[in-house]
Design a protein. Structure first.
Length: 92
């Protein structure tokens, strides 16, 4: 049977982690667990940057109401003016 790692408490999240996996956080000045190390590096993720002015233009086929929605918002199902589900993407 292998000798198990000593579990130590992370000074940041108070969770237990094997002592051999603890890393010294230079900014924090204390030993932190692998989970805290992971969440630290996630902050540097820049892949979520989205262009701002990306809008899709819609037109309602029932009442001809035209409107625009940002690309990252889900497509509208109903016309905000007449409430009918007759939304079409307006070609530019
Ligand atoms: Zn932690
Ligand atoms: Zn409409």
């Amino acid at each position: 049977m292998k000798t198990e790692d000593v579990m130590v408490k992370c000074k940041k999240c108070n969770g237990l982690a094997p002592a051999s996996q603890m890393k010294l956080d230079i900014e924090f000045g204390k030993m932190i667990c692998p989970d805290c190390i992971k969440s630290k590096s996630k902050k540097k993720d820049e892949s979520k940057q989205v262009p701002v002015s990306d809008k899709i233009h819609y037109v309602c086929k029932s009442c001809d109401y035209k409107f625009a929605r940002s690309k990252d918002i889900a497509n509208p199902n109903n016309c905000p003016y007449c409430g009918k589900p007759t939304i079409d993407v307006e070609k530019q």
